[in-house]
Design a protein around this ligand. Sequence first.
Ligand SMILES: C[S@@+](CC[C@H](N)C(=O)[O-])C[C@H]1O[C@@H](n2cnc3c(N)ncnc32)[C@H](O)[C@@H]1O
Length: 198
Amino acid sequence: MSSLRAYFDQRAPNWDANQPPDRDEHLRALLAPFAGDLAAARAILEIGTGTGALIPALAERAPAARLVSVDLAHAMLLHARARQPAAWLVEADVHRLPFAAGRAFDLAICHNSFPHFADRQAALAELRRVLRPGGGLLILHNLGRERVNAIHSAASGPIAHDWLPPGDELARLLAATGWRDVQVDDTPERYTARAVRA
Ligand SMILES: C[S@@+](CC[C@H](N)C(=O)[O-])C[C@H]1O[C@@H](n2cnc3c(N)ncnc32)[C@H](O)[C@@H]1O
């Protein structure tokens, strides 16, 4: 078992108790700027769902879409299942997704998960592979980069160096890995990126 998976498995039982009480409001606000992408999508892939916190907000914005939520950590998915009995949950690694190429999804969303991807270039290539041409990618964090990186630095174990890059660096990486119309919003309050599969 990877040390990253073990790390999140160990934290799954207390994950929700350690989140702020107004998290649902924050998640809805985080999705609001992307309402058009969500409403237009027929199939959405969420990577790193954890305990499934984003699923209700995604379902509100995209009620007709098929939503598939992936996570590496089995224990996280057990909590997601308890929270969302009807959700489509898949245990998988973003670097090796068990989906066919090209037509499966209209939109991929990485919410608070991108910094943990061991090989970002390979992960972005794999997300491209499963999106239809013209499909969208959202990388979303409801905290600013410095706070995210400080939280990870302060954590012991395998996430200590899982940092979000500066916005211009992420924009260059996306452009270099086959994404167009790249927009990165790297502010003290939040960090979001939107790109389209070229
Ligand atoms: C910081 S948690 C965020 C969970 C949830 N999105 C939230 O905001 O509460 C990151 C999640 O991403 C998952 N994850 C990390 N690397 C992954 C990978 N390579 N493939 C799939 N999931 C991954 C972890 O298991 C964990 O559940």
